[in-house]
Design a protein. Sequence first.
Length: 326
Amino acid sequence: MWWRHARIAKRLRRAGVPEPSEPFTVEAWCEAIAAARGRPIRIREASMHATWPPGFFFTDEGVDYLIVDACLPTLARTQTLLHELAHLLLGHRGNALHGDINPAVEAEAEIAADLLSRQLARASRTARREVAPQQDRNLADLQVRTRGWMSDRRADWYLDLLWVTLRTEIPDVSLILVAHDDEPAPALGGSRRTYRRVVEVHDQLRLLRPWISPEVRDSALRRAKRRRLSPGSAEAVAEAAVIAVALRRRKAGAAPADEDLLVDLPNAGHLDIRAETTRLARISHALHQSPVVRAELARWGTAAKAGKTSRPATAPADRQRWWIAA
């Protein structure tokens, strides 16, 4: 499907997107794009129900607003903002309530978001190479090449296992699969396929928020401490326990929590794709093999611990002004 990517890349060039500059963040790039377009772009965070899209955009009084779920991890937040920015650049019609999502339009925006993320990462890498001395660059390249190959493959395997597990347990999640080759990822390290796996895992985990309980996390941390696990292992086990119990409650038909009582997954994650892959791989390993997770699942994984019934997952029109004023 290279021709589809090429066509969308051409549309982005016609939109007059300026090259990213320091500090190479989505927020800074949006400001540069807004200046080039002569139209302000405002980024707002809001607490959204898990059944809502993770982001959307709309226009009000000559200003374009990009709304993103405040609970998103770093990498997922970046991808979501680029996705909504892509809608603007491609000339799509904004719809704050997402009442008529067009899968073809969403796929276009996701492909464009991937292209934008590559452009952002490429500019950042070029700037670092121009500043770093040649000797340091050679040393850095050697370190990257000699980094544990088996460790990376093991992390990829456990990431795939987590992805398959979540997709099996949450088959109704709508994933936009756009990867067509194994191109470099938009963050340091990893492949395009790995990047897409991480993004899709974050999408799946977001749907579990109505069944996530902080009590489970606290209990798992106490149990991990009694077993004298390292801080990193304890965090992975706690997150895995939270996910395992949420999956069990959802599958058992437990009522989701009221949207005002939703809690976030405890770790904000990493922007670096290799670091985030490693973090998710540790969670996946604990999810499938940790006795602590099995113990917490036996204790908490029942519908009896469920929260209240959720409110209707639609955003009233009169709440749009709150996002604008935020």
